[in-house]
Design a protein around this ligand. Structure first.
Ligand SMILES: [Zn+2]
Length: 90
């Protein structure tokens, strides 16, 4: 799995701890989540078939890298037992 910077990881963990991430809808193929960011709410989608996360924020759009919103959702899904991933550490 790709490495996530410590800064992004910490931010994501904080978002999770502050309960900013929630599951909005789960379908057969996808889990749709919402994360309240500093200024706006972001939509994160977990694709169960590809085992991939995507987010609608600028950071993800520009860098195609795991953002703090995705980390928050990943932790949430792991806690809910819905995600096969573990959090990678540098
Ligand atoms: Zn994001």
């Amino acid at each position: 799995m790709e490495k996530v910077s410590r800064d992004v990881e910490r931010k994501g963990y904080l978002l999770f701890k502050q309960k900013k991430a929630r599951v909005e809808l789960e379908t057969e193929k996808r889990i749709h989540l919402k994360v309240k960011g500093e200024t706006e709410e972001h939509a994160v989608i977990f694709d169960k078939e590809k085992n991939e996360f995507s987010c609608d924020c600028q950071f993800f759009a520009l860098k195609q890298k795991t953002c703090s919103h995705i980390i928050a959702c990943k932790i949430l899904l792991i806690k809910l037992g819905k995600c096969p991933f573990s959090i990678s550490r540098e």
